[in-house]
Every structure is written in C-alpha cells, then in structure tokens.
Design a protein around this ligand. Structure first.
Ligand SMILES: [Zn+2]
Length: 263
C-alpha cells in the first residue's frame, strides 16, 4: 500500500490522500477537495485514480468530486446513508465493508458517527495498520459536532472503535490542526509530558511534509483519549465545579468537547 498525503494549503487546512496499489498503480482518492493537486500528484506517481472515498458529506471533503470524476471516471464511495447529501455516490459503505484498490490494497470501512452521522473511517489491512480518520480523530484532537454531528456518538466512536485499534496504527486525519490541538492539550493537562516536546518540534513544521502520528502517540497527547488522567479531571472540575470526584469517561469527553468549542 502506497500513501500520499496531499496538503491543500487552504484556509481549512485540509489534507487529501491518495492510496495506491504498488502492483497495478490503481489509486483511491480520499476527500480530494483540491482536485488539481490530487490529479497532479497521481500523474507524478504514475497512478490512475479509479475510486474516490468521501469520509463524510461536508463541502470541504466532497467539493472536488465533480471535477475529479469528470477527469478520471472514478467511482464515488461514501457512507451508506450519505447518498442524499453527496451527489453521485456509486457505492454505499457499511461497517466491515472492504474497499479494494488494485490487487494488493484492502481498506476496511468503520462506521464512525459523531462529527456527522454519515461518517466513515478506513482502516488498512496491512502489517502496520493505517487509519484514514477524516474529521473524527485529529492529531491531538477530536472533530467538532456543529454541523450535523452528536458529541455522545463521537464519544462512542472514540471509546468503542478508535481507542481499541492497535497502538502502532498510523493516523491520517482530514485536517492539519496539530499545533492548536497541542495547545489545547497543554491548557487542559499542563503536566502532560509529551505534548510540550511535540509542540516545540512541530510548531513550525511544513504541513506539506507533515509528521504522521500513531494511535499510541495519540494516547499520550490527545486529551480526548486521556479521559482518566487525574490532571485532566482536576482541571475540568475547576471549569465545572458540579462534576463528581471521579466522573465517568463519557462525561469527561462531553465536557472537553464543550470546552474545546469556545477555545
Ligand atoms: Zn467535516
């Protein structure tokens, strides 16, 4: 499996992706908003885009579909319930469905509601797994729930699916938000050990050659995966004095999501 992360350099800081089969050169484009950059990258690598996968229905993820389909004839794949909100979906995906790219690549669909209710992540069947997480899991952060989402569903997706993936899983998110998110981590957990080092290392990174984290790293720096940290809980009780001494992880997640909105 070959992966190319494409930095759009737009105001929303989107990442687009190409996932290709090394044997056949067939490629899947994930959320190819910047169709020009995606097409150029495919051409440079000698790859043929045959499929498009939209993680969810927001415009900054589907806005490149039309031009890319016209240029390549690629088939659009998305969550099975997204047909009403994404024009031209040829294949609706349910949890466990496998997307094949060429001969050698298998990507498994995860049904991951929360940011929107029609959101899929893709997990690769490779020795070291990779997760294309769209707007659910970001580096050191979690997706918002403002536009058709639900915080309680996002918590379920995190706790029942994403947090259970192998720690070695590579994380390929839909946006570059790492710097802001690490600042949120330090605001919520000032004694976090890894976040300050990571922030000083990555604060002026080139998103065109971005650091790729793993789930194991996220477990150390992502507040939304650190729901039992005593510092996270103590700081949260300063903001929400009515919280119990030992709040359950779901409550912690929902309060963090609420705080992040106004941050
Ligand atoms: Zn979105």
């Amino acid at each position: 499996m070959l992966v190319k992360q494409i930095w759009t350099d737009n105001a929303y800081r989107n990442f687009n992706y190409l996932v290709a089969c090394g044997e056949t050169g067939e490629a899947l484009a994930i959320d190819p908003l910047d169709h020009q950059k995606v097409l150029r990258a495919a051409r440079q690598e000698g790859w043929t885009i045959t499929q498009i996968l939209n993680t969810h229905e927001h415009h900054d993820h589907i806005g490149g579909n039309e031009v890319l389909v016209r240029a390549t004839g690629a088939k659009i794949l998305a969550h099975k319930n997204a047909a009403g909100s994404i024009p031209g979906v040829a294949r609706g995906l349910a949890a466990g469905d496998v997307v094949r790219v060429g001969k050698s690549v298998e990507l498994e669909a995860l049904d991951t509601p929360g940011h929107t209710m029609c959101h899929v992540c893709l997990k690769s069947h490779t020795d070291q797994p990779a997760l294309f997480s769209g707007d659910t899991l970001f580096n050191a952060g979690a997706g918002n729930c403002h536009h058709g989402g639900h915080p309680a569903e996002l918590y379920k997706t995190f706790s029942e699916q994403l947090a259970k993936l192998p720690p070695s899983t590579l994380i390929y998110p839909g946006h570059d938000y790492i710097e802001n998110n690490l600042r949120f981590t330090l605001n919520r957990e000032p004694d976090n050990v890894q976040a300050p080092q990571m922030l000083s290392r990555l604060a002026d990174q080139d998103p065109g050659n971005a650091y790729v984290s793993t789930l194991g790293v996220e477990m150390q720096v992502n507040t939304f995966l650190r729901l039992t940290s005593p510092t996270v809980i103590a700081k949260l009780r300063e903001a929400f004095p009515d919280l119990p001494d030992q709040p359950d992880p779901r409550t912690v997640f929902l309060k963090l999501r609420e705080l992040r909105n106004g941050w």
